[in-house]
Design a protein around this ligand. Structure first.
Ligand code: FAD
Length: 490
């Protein structure tokens, strides 16, 4: 039995811990925050329970696969509800388009907007299904240490058939002309953090996930997933040290040896670092042990940061459903303000999650729980005045589009932005979703899962393979654990 230390108790760290412990090792997770879950933590206030980060439960098979690896099922830990409509989009002037979960209803909705688009939707989703099987069931599981891993003929031809070299923007417009249908197809790439013109069309697998596999919600909140994973970890014998900030990784000639923390020093045989990759390398490791320089990081395209408002509202808001996307302003202008000329957006798009529409446990009776998110460029100056300004903007637009008074019924409000991502997660430039999945930051071109100078240091999390999102974080933990186990078995 060897000692495996894990930095970070988010999804990637929890996943890595479970796999390493299952192989029989003594595993300890060091988490700087009081609670586990990383970006998916939660808090309660005045009878409301707020999930702090992820809210879209997509790709249920990825969660199932994780739990199955430990002889469990997701339903052992939470009840999943299929949301129907999966989400709705506000296009301004009172136009709201709900996106049904059922394929026939979805075809009808598409056909009603653009003649001939129902059959195009069928082809689009059929290609999406193929990409999903190649992308999520094959490519995403590779450690991406060498292009040779991708050299099998079926993988290469699969990747080419998956349009890795054309952009999501061009691809979507080959099928749909109506800007509203294009917006419905392009919004999931917000999670991948790049403009649709810079994201490979392989990622239309996200549309397949959203529109065909379905949008789910774990009753009780997204934190139920964290609880389930923590329970698996404990059953495998994993120990947790919370409120424990790793301040330095010390190393000998070719191996990392100790974690220096605010709660003492800990020795290990292998280390999996799942905190923000940039922080681990640039702040915890001596220069000579780093994989990448500051110059390298300065050239990375980061996924967006976010300005978030958690709000408790003392009434029901009729027009909202569980997931609401406010696309009543120009997408390209907002995207350019995130990626091309980073600045606070003049007229942002935003997302409103209202889980109290599905789950009575997250708000007192007769009230709503709101999570409002504006994607913004990472690294922007984050001040209380700016947060207030955007609160007023989104509140005005929400009230107008919903035809309802909301502001005067807000009984609780908390904001969260760049400075919080920096303080709570050591996030590079205060990013929310890690590294953008552009073609030049894909697979082998992502920060490596292995430290090239220290044989027993491995990386997990949203800045390495396979990328941002909860399902990828689960896979990332598994990949890193497999690398650590290979090392320990040498
Ligand atoms: C607002 C928001 C909304 C999102 N929405 C969705 C969604 O709807 N669906 C989806 O699938 N994904 C979504 N995502 C993305 C998803 O949440 C993340 O990709 C995923 O949670 C990342 O997990 P992780 O383990 O890689 O990183 P983290 O969650 O950041 O975990 C890393 C952990 O390491 C700890 N740590 C860092 N440094 C140290 C240190 N020095 N010492 C000790 N501990 C340390 C941190 O405190 C943290 O707990 C969203 C993310 C955000 C922020």
């Amino acid at each position: 039995m060897k000692k495996v230390s894990i930095i970070g108790g988010g999804f990637a760290g929890l996943s890595a811990a479970c796999y390493a412990a299952k192989a029989g090792h003594e595993v300890t997770v060091f988490e700087q925050n009081e609670t586990l879950g990383g970006r998916a933590r939660y808090f309660t206030e005045s009878g409301f329970t707020f999930d702090m980060g992820p809210s879209w439960y997509w790709m249920p098979d990825a969660f199932e696969r994780f739990f199955n690896d430990f002889g469990k099922k997701a339903s052992d830990f939470y009840e999943l509800k299929l949301l129907d409509p999966g989400f709705q989009m506000f296009f301004g002037e009172g136009e709201i388009i709900p996106v049904p979960a059922n394929r026939d209803a979805l075809r009808e909705m598409f056909e009603g907007i653009e003649k001939g688009s129902a059959s195009k939707l069928d082809s689009f989703l059929a290609e999406g299904a193929f990409k999903y099987s190649i992308g999520m069931q094959n490519l995403a599981h590779k450690p991406a240490l060498s292009w040779l891993e991708f050299a099998r003929l079926d993988v290469i031809s699969g990747a080419l058939r998956s349009n890795v070299f054309s952009s999501m923007k061009t691809y979507v417009r080959r099928f749909f002309k109506d800007p509203r249908l294009a917006a419905i197809m392009e919004f999931p790439v917000l999670f991948l953090g790049a403009k649709p013109s810079n994201i490979p069309a392989l990622y239309s697998l996200m549309n397949y996930a959203a529109l065909e596999l379905g949008t789910f919600y774990p009753m009780g909140g997204m934190y139920k997933i964290v609880d389930g994973m923590t329970s698996v970890a404990r059953s495998q014998g994993v120990s947790f040290v919370n409120n424990c900030r790793v301040e330095k990784i010390t190393a000998g000639a070719h191996t990392a040896t100790n974690l220096k923390t605010n709660r003492g020093s800990y020795a290990f045989d292998a280390l999996i670092a799942s905190g923000d990759y940039h922080h681990i390398e640039q702040q915890l490791l001596d220069d000579k042990y780093r994989n990448y320089s500051n110059g390298y990081w300065d050239k990375r395209v980061m996924a967006p940061s976010s300005l978030i408002f958690y709000m408790g509202v003392s009434k029901k808001i009729k027009k909202l459903i569980h997931h609401n996307l406010f696309f009543d302003r120009d997408f390209d202008t907002h995207a350019a303000e995130i990626y091309d000329h980073p600045q606070w957006p003049k007229s942002p798009l935003f997302y409103v999650c209202c889980p109290s529409k599905t789950d009575p446990s997250v708000a007192p009776e007769g009230m709503e729980n709101l999570f409002v998110l504006i994607p913004i460029a990472p690294g922007l100056e984050d001040t209380p005045e700016m947060r207030d300004r955007y609160y007023r903007i989104v509140m005005m637009r929400m009230e107008k589009e919903c035809g309802d008074t909301i502001h005067e019924h807000v009984v609780f409000k908390r904001s969260y932005c760049v400075n919080d991502f920096l303080n709570d997660y050591n996030a590079f430039k205060g990013n929310a979703y890690g590294l953008a999945n552009t073609l030049s930051q894909t697979a082998v071109l992502k920060p490596s899962v292995r430290n090239k100078k220290l044989r027993n240091l491995f990386y997990a999390g949203q800045l390495t393979v396979p990328g941002p999102g909860v399902p990828p974080a689960l896979i990332s933990g598994k990949i890193a654990a497999q690398q650590a186990l290979n090392f320990l078995n040498l």
